[in-house]
Design a protein around this ligand. Structure first.
Ligand code: SF4
Length: 176
């Protein structure tokens, strides 16, 4: 693991608080797996010994939204299930991130039907989309590493910005 950019001299290293917090957060993400169908099986493989998401500091899955940083949605989301996805997101503490795993979570996939939500970004803001039906564990890990990049580089004040509040207001997560 590389140290964050900063000022170095013999016996001295100085950097900013943003960078230290970002580094710590990105290497200790607690995911909440919201798995409804086949993509969830790929996630099980991703957690197994061969791929081992624990190598990224994320072997501790959180089945309580209140103790999770990353919502991983894997599988087909029926429209009836959409309010549940949003409620789970609302119960997560800030800062929180969302990974849409696979074609169904990203866009409804092959299920262009009356009953299937055509992408979870209809109900929650998504940070990274993983393509594939199903995506292989390598793709899930790549998506996870993109999330780590975002986490590491996010300014501490982003969640207090008017743009972020406007985004949540558009989703109806913050009432205007
Ligand atoms: S994207 Fe494909 S593999 Fe994943 S849940 Fe949808 S149908 Fe199943």
């Amino acid at each position: 693991m590389n140290p964050p950019p900063g000022y170095q001299a013999p016996g001295l290293f100085a950097t900013t608080l943003d960078k230290v917090v970002g580094l710590a957060r990105s290497k200790s993400i607690w995911p909440l797996p919201f798995a409804t169908s086949c993509c969830g099986i790929e996630f099980m493989a991703t957690m197994g010994a061969h791929y081992d998401l624990g190598r990224f500091g994320s072997e501790r899955l959180s089945f309580s939204p209140r103790q999770a940083d990353l919502l991983m949605v894997m599988g087909t989301i029926a429209k009836k299930m959409a309010p549940v996805v949003q409620q789970v997101y609302e119960q997560m503490a800030e800062p929180r991130w969302v990974l849409a795993v696979g074609a169904c979570a990203s866009s409804g996939g092959i299920f262009d039907t009356y009953s299937v939500l055509q992408g979870i970004d209809r109900v929650v803001p998504v940070d990274v989309y993983v393509p594939g039906c199903p995506p292989r564990p390598e793709q899930i890990i790549e998506g996870f590493m993109k999330i780590q990049e975002l986490v590491e580089n996010e300014p501490l004040r982003r969640r207090y910005s008017p743009e972020y509040k406007e985004l949540l207001t558009r989703y109806g997560i913050i009432k205007s």
